[in-house]
Design a protein around this ligand. Sequence first.
Ligand code: ZN
Ligand code: ZN
Length: 232
Amino acid sequence: MTNQTLPRDRSVDWGSSIPFLLMHVSLVSLFWVGFSWAALALAVLFYVVRMFAITGFYHRYFSHKTFKTSRWFQFVMGVAGSSAVQKGPIWWAAHHRHHHAHSDDEHDVHSPRRLGFWMSHVGWIMTTESLDPPSRYVKDLRSCPELAFLDRFYLVVPILFGAFVLGLGFVIERFFPSWGASAGQVFVWGFLVSTIALYHGTYTINSLSHKFGRQRFRTGDDSRNNFWLALL
Ligand SMILES: [Zn+2]
Ligand SMILES: [Zn+2]
């Protein structure tokens, strides 16, 4: 692989960062919707399921192809991963493969060695250079139009998932009033809190896996796969 110089623009791209920032700002709604154990349980459930989609599907399948599957189940995995609101499978895999190829050198957009803890934890996602990871890493995935669709319209699945959680909230409010959860509360906990926890869980893996754990996929790479981190 040639080590050509890539454009490295570390400035923050505010336009494309708006959904990410809005998600965080929207947490103030917690003051209005309050708490119930049912809402918290749903937040945990949707966190665990979607974290599995990220580590099992986006990471192990789309990024490293550690197992084979059918074309339709590949799409199902792409949809499941998309619900975590971390863009489409091709963007994620391109970014991740690029990371493995360049771990901790100057091209790695989230290397703590290069950027310090805060930028490597979450800041990098807002930089202009993270928008377009090099597509030469994902020629295999780009040949599937259904995956390209998920990537191009990467907000479709998150919006559908958010609507599903809200719908579930209305069902719970109407038919299980003893649970003490309103529709808005289910939405805020099940979608917003859970998704933001996922962001930070995923980035914590990113940040910490550069430091701890066993080397697995590539030598000469600080980033190791750590079993405990994979559970986050
Ligand atoms: Zn990896
Ligand atoms: Zn990295």
